[in-house]
Every structure is written in C-alpha cells, then in structure tokens.
Design a binder for this molecule. Structure first.
Ligand SMILES: O=C(O)CCC(=O)C(=O)O
Ligand SMILES: [Fe+2]
Length: 209
C-alpha cells in the first residue's frame, strides 16, 4: 500500500490531529548526551493538512550570501514567532500535545514554529545544527513533523563518526534532544530520485533557532 493511500484510509477512521505519544515514542541515545525520539505516523489527517499548508502558508523564497555570491535557499520558508497565530489549527493541537509530553523534561514549552517546503528532490537543507540561539550552548529540543513525500534526515556527530539516516514518512514525528544541536549536525540531502513535495514543521522553545 502506498503511503498516501494508507494515510487516507487511516484518516477516514478517526479524527484529524496528533495521535498518542506516550509509549509509542521510541528514544535512541546518541553520543555525548544527544538523543532522538521517533514516533512514526503521528498525525492523522496528514493528507488534508498538507494540502491546506501548501495553499494557506505565505511561503517565502530566501536568498543568502555564500562567500562572494548570493544564492537561492533551496526550499521555501515560513516562520511563526510565539505570538503569531499558526496557519492551521492542527498545528496548534500538535504543539499542545508536544508540550503535554515534553514540557516537564524540557523545562519550558515549545513556542515557535518554522516551516520548510521542499518542492522536489532538488530542495534540501545543508549540514547544520540549530545553533543560532541557545542551542549552541545549552541542551534543548527541536521537534519536527514531516508531511508529504518521504525524505531522509541524516545526522552525524561533529567530532566525526558514522552518519545515521532516518527516513521520515508522511505524518512522522522526530525530536532531536539533549546536546544534539551542538554536538551533532543534521541535513536533508538532495535526492536524485523523483521525489514529491514535502513540508516539515519544526517546533522550538524560545531563543532556539
Ligand atoms: O526539514 C527538516 O526536517 C529539517 C529542517 C531543519 O533542519 C531546520 O529548519 O533547521
Ligand atoms: Fe535544523
């Protein structure tokens, strides 16, 4: 069964929104106090959410200076600061569910939402940690909901070592925690295969970017 068909069947049986977290979240300890939580198929109603976000989010193209040149950022972006309403009620429900599950351990709530739109396999994000803010010095969490076409998220330790690959499917949740932003890097590599569009939603605490 294809992911899309499976998604639509599951969605027709239940209400749209995040499914339970609890015991369905699987944690993997990485090195140096970094960890990853995975919760496949977290979002019910992911097909409809994807369509609403494609049409409803004011996607921005960005250009960034790279050494001597100004280049297109190879994905579309949107950012919702903590006081801005999210573009879809399902994204509020997902944030509430993440906070119910993680706030105690995180010591603060997830507050902001960044959205990326990977139009096809040529769109990507290069190796980086989310270290513009406090993630460069403190443990934190970044929770990512993936919808649309499956893409790989790669992780590698900054000190060198094997690269881990997580194939993120439609409606999956991955949470990077502990020291992950400063001791590891992550990327979404370009894909040579014919790849459909994907949207990721990243929830972060205040001051993490
Ligand atoms: O699209 C993703 O899953 C990752 C995005 C990301 O790493 C970022 O926006 O910092
Ligand atoms: Fe990132």
């Amino acid at each position: 069964m294809t992911g899309a068909l499976q998604g639509s069947l599951l969605d027709s049986w239940g209400e749209a929104g995040p499914r339970e977290l609890g015991h369905s979240v699987q944690r993997t300890q990485l090195t140096q106090g970094a960890w990853i939580d995975l919760r496949p198929n977290w979002i019910a109603g992911a097909d409809e959410l994807f369509e609403r976000l494609v049409d409803g989010v004011p996607w921005r193209e960005e250009r960034r200076r790279m050494y001597e040149r100004v280049v297109d950022v190879p994905r579309l972006l949107a950012f919702y600061d903590e006081k801005e309403p999210l573009p879809d009620p399902l994204l509020d429900k997902a944030k509430q569910a993440l906070n119910a599950h993680y706030e105690e351990e995180l010591g603060e709530p997830f507050r902001t939402a960044g959205l990326c739109f990977y139009r096809d396999g040529r769109d990507s994000v290069a190796w980086h940690g989310d270290t513009i803010g406090r993630g460069s010095t403190e443990d934190t969490m970044v929770a990512i909901v993936s919808i649309g076409a499956p893409r790989s998220l790669l992780l590698r330790p900054r000190t060198g070592g094997p690269t881990l690959r997580y194939d993120l499917g439609h409606g999956d949740l991955i949470v990077m925690g502990g020291s992950c932003q400063r001791t590891w890097e992550h990327c979404i590599p370009k894909s040579a295969k014919a790849t459909g569009p994907r949207i990721s939603i990243q929830y972060r605490p205040r001051g993490v970017r």
